[in-house]
Ligand binder design. Structure first.
Ligand code: R5P
Length: 319
């Protein structure tokens, strides 16, 4: 007899980004379940209320700082779904923690991102959905299907509202050139600038912008990056762009971590505006910051869920 799949999906979320889960739940018409609590000794406890038997279970969990607990919540929710006989377990991970540790860049270091992916696959996750994963090759860390969506789907319309006619797209390092090129295409920008960034791999979070190529004199510049952590990369890049005559400097990055004194650094920089998404739940300080605009990825993720349920292609969300 053919396997019977009941089309009543379940949407679970951990503690990382309940606002985003609610926004997605509303858009797809599925109530959000919150199965995570903690014991007195701070161990994570997961108990899912709805019946998951033969249902597709979507688990929304961003794994940003403190990433380790969030990863454990995700693994425990997936294990509960597997033991509860879910037909398919789909992890939606808008920001994938550890994704910058995606290669062995010096001797005697782990490939931490690969370790995390292996743990997720072992917990029973059948499919992964991310937004702007730091490097796309990470999809090869598992044999499971992995759809990486692009934040540009929701960011580009907001940039277009700024009516920047003589726009230059800037990549703050050589690794970001492909993403910058895609933004240039969508925004009809004729020029791309690249800042040359040097990172000392023996130190954590230390980088320097040393030079740049491209003509930005008298023009509006949009720096495109995937992550803002300490803010060092974008602040240093903005310094170079301003020194070379940029009229205005905006930044867009999908994931706003804002570690340490990143907000203060941005305050004191020549950056006019920073556009991020809510892939990581923004604190009150971030959402009320005068230079920061937050665009929700809820419509993008809801559309991906809808297409997965109907069996439609999601490649038009990707390309
Ligand atoms: C690096 O390769 C990334 O794309 C980002 O540019 C980087 O992670 C940003 O980090 P930070 O804000 O600490 O400079």
């Amino acid at each position: 007899m053919a396997k019977i799949i009941i089309d009543e999906p379940i949407l679970l979320t951990g503690t990382s980004n309940p606002q985003l889960a609610e926004a997605i739940g509303k858009l797809v018409g599925v109530p959000v379940s919150y199965p995570v609590t903690v014991f007195a000794d701070k161990e994570i406890r997961v108990r899912v209320q709805p019946n998951m038997r033969q249902r597709t279970v979507f688990i929304l969990q961003t794994t940003s700082n403190p990433g380790n607990d969030r990863i454990m919540e995700l693994i425990f929710m997936a294990d509960a779904a597997r033991r509860g006989s879910a037909s398919e377990i789909i992890a939606i991970i808008p920001y994938f923690g550890y994704s910058r540790q995606d290669r062995k860049e010096m001797p005697r270091v782990p490939i931490s991102s690969s370790v995390v992916v292996t743990m997720l696959a072992n917990a029973g996750i059948d499919r992964i959905i991310t937004v702007d994963i730091h490097s796309q090759q990470q999809q090869g860390f598992t044999q499971k299907p992995w759809d990486n969506l692009f934040g540009s789907y929701v960011i580009i319309p907001v940039i277009k509202e700024r009516n920047l006619s003589d726009l230059v797209i800037a990549s703050p390092d050589k690794g970001g050139i492909l993403q910058a090129t895609a933004y240039a295409k969508f925004l009809d920008a004729k020029e791309i600038a690249v800042v040359y960034k040097k990172r000392d791999i023996t130190l954590n979070d230390v980088s320097n912008a040393l030079a740049m190529i491209g003509d930005v004199k008298g023009r509006d510049v949009l720096i495109v990056d995937d992550i803002i952590s300490t803010g060092g990369t974008i602040v240093n890049a903005a310094k170079h762009l301003k020194k070379n005559g940029a009229k205005s400097v905006r930044v867009t990055a999908t994931h706003g971590i804002f570690a340490e004194d990143a907000l203060e650094q941005i305050d004191n920089s020549g950056i006019d505006e920073v556009i991020i998404t809510d892939s990581i739940a923004p604190s009150e300080k971030i959402s009320s910051h005068p230079k920061i605009t937050i665009v929700s990825v809820a419509p993008l993720l809801a559309e991906a869920i809808r297409r997965i349920r109907t069996g439609e292609s999601i490649s038009s969300l990707i390309f």
